[in-house]
Ligand binder design. Structure first.
Ligand SMILES: [Zn+2]
Ligand SMILES: [Zn+2]
Length: 348
């Protein structure tokens, strides 16, 4: 439980009981996301009062069901990070990501750094355990799909990436690494940019056609180098798809500077920092900027399919750790000492 900003996390007992339309899920694993660190270290306010269990990237097994949810009993599931109400006008019009009654795990309701979570069944994504085993994955491994992989899916899908597109991903740790793989899965040739050479080397083996270290090349030189790469490889010189995944001011400035005619810039990463940009470039280049708050629950099964089909590699990017080590794991992630995304697994 988080009790306050930077205050020690504590273990707390509570009764997990499913009301009508809800299930109790025994947590298999819960990914550690930068959003969790934002709450814990940076004082970003949670919607629910503290104490609160953080964590919104959860996979697990349904162990108890409320009225009307009996079909889910014993099923392996992936839980959407943000659960829309499913009933309002926005939800009915297929706009669940902006549902005003949505519930985010570990923010509006108790999250997944726990042995169990209680959640409403709408949007719950079933997991085919045979395919999971065939893919060499454990149920805990796919917890990160619930945000780190689905968020890029929504971004790449709504941007309109298709076969033959040129995609550029700025920041390839965590979400950005999956964004590279996702854009490739949608048919794009992908340029990866980061300031961490280790991350660039990893992503070069998992989907990036070319990588650039922003410490060595930036600004106009970077744009020229990408143009040259596009020309050499018969890729478009216009309509680039740029994905800002670093969630940093320099990353956002770099991503914005890469806008070409007809470009689509997708803002995937989050930062409180402000950037100074010439907004009129959008007009001059007839370009678009898009954002997405997570992913529609309707896209979860399709995203999971890409993982189970091996089009999105998880294993090289994740590392399981015992939930009892949450404090040291948070610290390591906060100090950027972990190369892979940590998944906290409840202790037996
Ligand atoms: Zn997250
Ligand atoms: Zn709704």
């Amino acid at each position: 439980m988080m009790n306050g900003v930077n205050e020690p996390l504590t273990r707390q007992e509570f009764v997990a009981q499913a009301a009508a339309g809800e299930v109790v899920v025994e947590v298999a694993g819960c990914g550690v996301c930068h959003t969790d660190l934002g709450f814990y270290y940076d004082g970003v306010r949670t919607n629910s009062e503290l104490p609160l269990a953080l964590g919104h990237e959860i996979s697990g097994r349904v162990v108890a069901t409320g009225d009307g949810a009996g079909d889910w009993l014993n099923k392996a599931v992936l839980i959407p990070a943000v659960i829309p109400c499913g009933e309002c006008d926005l939800c009915r019009r297929g706009k669940g990501t902006i549902c005003r009654s949505q519930k985010m795990l570990g923010n509006d309701i108790q999250g997944g750094f726990a042995s169990h979570v209680v959640i409403p069944i709408q949007g719950l994504c079933p997991v085919d355990e045979k395919r999971l085993a065939a893919a060499g994955l454990e149920l805990a491994d796919i917890s990160v799909v619930a945000d780190a992989v689905t968020t890029p899916y929504q971004a790449v899908y709504q941007a309109g990436v298709t076969e033959g597109s040129l995609a550029i991903v700025v920041g390839v740790g965590g979400v950005g690494g999956y964004c590279v793989q996702m854009a490739k899965a949608f048919g794009a040739t992908v340029v990866a940019i980061d300031i961490d050479q280790g991350k660039l080397d990893t992503i070069a083996e998992h989907g990036a056609a070319i990588t650039f270290n922003a410490r060595e090349i930036s600004g106009r030189d970077l744009k020229k180098a990408i143009s040259a790469f596009a020309q050499e490889n018969g890729l478009p010189s216009t309509e680039w798809f740029i994905f800002e995944c670093s969630g940093s001011k320099p990353g956002q400035e770099s991503a914005y500077s890469l806008i070409v005619h007809g470009a689509t810039l997708s803002v995937v990463g989050f930062t409180m920092d402000k950037v100074e940009i010439r907004l009129s470039n959008l007009m001059a280049f007839h370009a678009r900027v898009l954002g997405n708050w997570g992913c529609l629950t309707e896209h979860y099964p399709g995203t999971l399919d890409l993982v189970l089909d091996g089009k999105i590699e998880l294993k090289a990017f994740i590392e399981q750790k015992p939930l009892s080590e949450i404090s040291s794991v948070f610290d390591a992630v906060h100090q950027q000492k972990m190369q892979r995304r940590a998944i906290l697994v409840p202790d037996a």
